[in-house]
Write a protein that binds this ligand. Structure first.
Ligand SMILES: [Ca+2]
Length: 244
């Protein structure tokens, strides 16, 4: 019986080499590939040496965000900036206080022009300027007693007046400006009386304008009279000088 089993085993081994492990009870180590039939496993070897350290692992995931740190120190002062744009003009200020009184001027005399003159006897000649030769005032000599005419030296507004004593004859008298009669006065003489004739006017004069009195009419109205106790006078003066 035993011999038959051995023959069967030898006949079966070549065709079942690969699966021998399952048919060899009591053997712990599997048979190597291509091992011969009937091999017996050896004693296990000693453990090998430790291997070299492995490479570094991959980076871990980021940790959680830390708490906010303390404020840093104040930095140095920066450079001065550029000048800004000029602002809009401000509102008008309050009026200032009045200044001190000025010094007296020097040219006041330039603006003086006045005369006041009278007759020294009766007038006999008509239609010519009456010559007043009794001088009450003629400081600037703007009135010429040789011609009986006032000549304007300062352009401006002038006041003229005359007060005539009328005696023996009627009086017709005119105030002339530049050869034109501007003012007329007529007085009829009353027998055995002394009358008065007068007139006044404001006239604007330019330089060299002349003003005078003369009898007008046919020559029989020249009753202008004057003596020691009766005057016939003519007066004129500058009221305002032109400022332009
Ligand atoms: Ca009269």
């Amino acid at each position: 019986m035993l011999l038959l089993q051995a023959v069967l085993l030898l006949l079966a081994l070549p065709s079942h080499g690969q699966d021998s492990t399952t048919e060899s009870p009591g053997v712990l180590i599997p048979a190597p590939k291509g091992a011969c039939a009937g091999w017996i496993a050896g004693i296990p070897g000693h453990p090998g040496h430790n291997g070299t350290p492995g490479r570094d692992g991959r980076d871990g995931t980021p940790g959680e965000k830390g708490e906010k740190g303390d404020a840093g120190l104040v930095g140095p002062k920066g450079d001065t900036g550029e000048t800004g744009v000029t602002g809009a003009e401000g509102p008008r200020g309050f009026p200032g206080s009045p200044g001190r009184k000025g010094e007296p001027g020097e040219g006041a005399y330039v603006y003086r022009s006045a005369f006041s003159v009278g007759l020294e006897g009766r007038v006999t000649i008509p239609n010519v300027p009456i010559r007043f030769t009794k001088i009450f005032y003629n400081q600037q000599n703007h009135y010429d007693s040789t011609t009986g005419k006032f000549r304007c030296n300062i352009p401006g507004l002038y006041y003229f007046s005359y007060h005539i004593t009328v005696y023996m004859k009627d009086v017709k008298v005119s105030l002339f400006k530049k050869d034109k009669a501007m003012l007329f006065t007529y007085d009829q003489y009353q027998d055995k009386n002394v009358d008065q004739a007068s007139g006044s006017v404001l006239l604007h004069l330019q330089v060299d304008d002349q003003v005078w009195l003369q009898v007008y009419g046919d020559g029989d109205h020249n009753g202008l009279y004057a003596d020691n106790v009766n005057d016939s006078i003519s007066t004129g003066f500058l009221l305002y000088h032109d400022t332009n």
